[in-house]
Design a protein around this ligand. Structure first.
Ligand code: COA
Length: 434
């Protein structure tokens, strides 16, 4: 039954935050910007200090990472998105390395306290439920563990189903704001991305269950799948690229073993069309990240094909995806969750796909990783690797065989130098590798 909601102002609501508290924000387009602004006003007024802020990727400004809030807010994100990247790189904001699957566990096992969860939700339905729309991820865990939950009720938040639906009784304070949600628009794939998309699509079988990571590649791959059949989606995120495939009936989840016929995700970013798509759509289940990204859950579907991107790979197959040398660019996200889950799935394929060179022409396939780069997908986890020049499977291959295969899909301008580096590393035997 619908309750009468008593709205208070954002400034009143954020008064529950005390110095030293840990505060969680819901993610992507549901970042609660009116509460963020009100919290910053308290910071400006000198009313709070040492407030720790946690969230995944958020859209919109992140003013609490600004240099002027040193000592007031201590930002520790679970993923480094564009709005916090510079301040993380400059040291004014920080990052907690954690598998996406375990971001919820940080709260549930008590590794991180959650004093206040600030979320943004849809209008309530006649049963007294609101939806968290595009952000379930670790936010559900934050709500469960928080001492106080403040919700911005916004008529523009889509009423996504699954774990996104929570009863009003879980919320302590309500603030009204009907600002349209920020949208993310993706550019059309360029020639190189299209070639990568084609190479990935050639590995995707009919009946596969897909996961697509973040970055430019996912939409390029999806654009190539128009003639596939019975694809399913079990992913951590999706965006607009999947919509035409649903409309065409290519994505129907018919061959999934779990959540048959449903698209499963934990957050999403996209255009208004994407938000409209998940609104009251029984085909879409927005689930807790502890479910979507659990490798053992992922592996229950057959032919799981996980496609993620990378910043750099070395000649042995070590993949860096979260930093450029020591500079953090993003985070580990769900890459390893899905690489592992896909490789355990019957007929599954774990694919890392990236352009062979950066926009400046530097080879992304390197003899060794940049100094300070961390390994996201280890050389033991790696299976398929794709560039615009082809697809190679490194699984079960020796170090020297891997180097040969990776060089075969490097940019032609860099193959000779890579070959020389491999020869210096492995010795003359390298030239006898077939
Ligand atoms: N050396 C130097 N710079 C490099 C580089 C390299 N080897 N590879 C990439 N870069 C730079 C690019 O030039 C670009 O710089 P810019 O922002 O100044 O243009 C930047 O790094 C990002 O590269 P780009 O190829 O545009 O990235 P993308 O948007 O396609 O995303 C990842 C690729 C790897 C960053 C992205 O997939 C990611 O964040 N992954 C995280 C782990 C993951 O896969 N998680 C699962 C989904 S959450």
């Amino acid at each position: 039954m619908q309750k009468n909601i008593r709205f208070i102002t954002a400034d009143e609501a954020v008064k529950v935050v005390k110095s030293g508290d840990h505060v969680h924000f819901s993610s992507v387009a549901c970042a609660p910007s009116v509460l963020i602004d009100a919290l910053c006003r308290r910071g400006d007024a000198g009313e709070i200090r040492d407030v720790k802020i946690h969230h995944l990727h958020t859209e919109g400004p992140a003013p609490y990472t600004d240099k002027k809030y040193e000592g007031v807010f201590f930002h520790q994100a679970f993923f480094v998105g564009e709005n916090v990247r510079k301040n993380v790189q400059d040291g004014y904001a920080d990052y907690i390395p954690v598998f996406l699957s375990e971001t919820q566990k940080l709260y549930r096992c008590g590794a991180l306290p959650c004093d206040v969860a600030m979320i943004q939700v849809s209008l309530p339905d006649k049963h007294g439920f609101v939806s968290m729309g595009p952000s379930v991820d670790a936010t559900l865990a934050a709500i469960e563990c928080a001492k106080y939950v403040i919700a911005v009720v916004n008529r523009n938040v889509p009423r996504a189903w699954g774990d996104a639906m929570i009863p009003l009784s879980k919320i302590d304070m309500f603030v009204e704001d009907n600002t349209p949600l920020p949208t993310t628009l993706f550019s059309e794939p360029d020639e190189i991305e299209t070639a990568i998309g084609r190479n990935c699509a050639s590995l995707i079988e009919d009946g596969a269950t897909l996961q697509m990571g973040i970055g430019a590649i996912p939409n390029a791959v999806l654009a190539q799948l128009g003639n596939h059949k019975n694809l399913g989606i079990h992913t951590e995120m999706f965006a607009d690229g999947v919509l035409p495939l649903v409309e065409k009936g290519v994505v129907n989840g018919a061959e999934k073993k779990i959540n048959k016929g449903k698209m499963v995700s934990t957050f999403l970013m996209g255009s208004q069309e994407c938000y409209d798509f998940i609104d009251d759509n029984p085909m879409v289940l927005m689930k807790d990240v502890g479910y979507t990204n659990d490798p053992y859950v992922i592996a229950k579907n057959p032919k799981v094909t996980a496609i993620n991107s990378a910043i750099q790979v070395d000649l042995t197959g070590q993949v860096c995806a979260d930093s450029i040398g020591t500079k953090f660019y993003s985070g580990v996200g769900g890459q390893i969750d899905f690489v592992y889950g896909a490789s355990m799935s019957e007929g599954g394929k774990a694919i890392i796909a990236m352009p062979s060179v950066t926009k400046k022409g530097i080879s992304k396939i390197s003899p060794i990783l940049h100094s300070g780069a961390g390994v996201v997908t280890t050389r033991n986890h790696i299976h398929w690797f794709v560039t615009e020049y082809g697809a190679v499977n490194l699984y079960g291959k020796s170090l020297q065989e891997r180097a040969k295969l990776l060089i075969s899909i490097a940019h032609p301008d860099h193959r000779e130098a890579l070959d020389k580096a491999a020869f210096e590393r492995f010795g003359p035997h390298f030239h006898f590798i077939g």
